[in-house]
Design a protein around this ligand. Sequence first.
Ligand code: 5GP
Ligand code: ZN
Length: 138
Amino acid sequence: MKEEACIFCRIANGEIPSKTLYEDEKYRVILDLGPATRGHALILPKDHYKNLYELPEDACGEVMHLAKKMAVRMTGKLGCSGFNLVQNNGECAGQTVMHFHLHLIPRYEDDHQNINWVPGKPGQEELEEIRKTICGQP
Ligand code: 5GP
Ligand code: ZN
C-alpha cells in the first residue's frame, strides 16, 4: 500500500520524477539527491514499509538480490573499487525518510567519505552478557 504523504511512496510509484536506474513492478532504484559518492543510489519498494521491521520476509530476499545485481552493474559502469550497503532504521540510527530504503554506495580510493563507527572495547564478560540477552541461556 502507498501512503499519500510519503515522499518515497510518490517517487517509487512515479508520481514524482527521479533519476531512475532500475524499475520493476515492486521496486525502483533511484539516484540519491544528496549522494555520499558518485552513483549513490537507493532501492525503494513501491509499497510502503516504514523500516526493516515492517519489511515482509520475501521482500528482504528480493531487496538483497536486487542490491547484488545493481552493485555488479554499477561497479562495472562507474569503475568504483568498493561498495557499501547501508540501511538505517529509526531516527537514532540516522533514518530521515521513514519509508524503507537500502543505500547503494559506490566507493572510490580517493572519495574522502567515512562510513564508520568508533569501535568499543567490550570484555569477554560483557560480550557473554549480550549474547545471553539476545539468545537466552545457556
Ligand atoms: P536515510 O538517512 O533515511 O537513511 O536516507 C535518506 C536518503 O534519502 C538521504 O541520503 C537523502 O539524500 C535521500 N533523499 C531525501 N529526499 C530525497 C528525494 O526527494 N529524492 C532523492 N532522490 N533522494 C532523497
Ligand atoms: Zn512510503
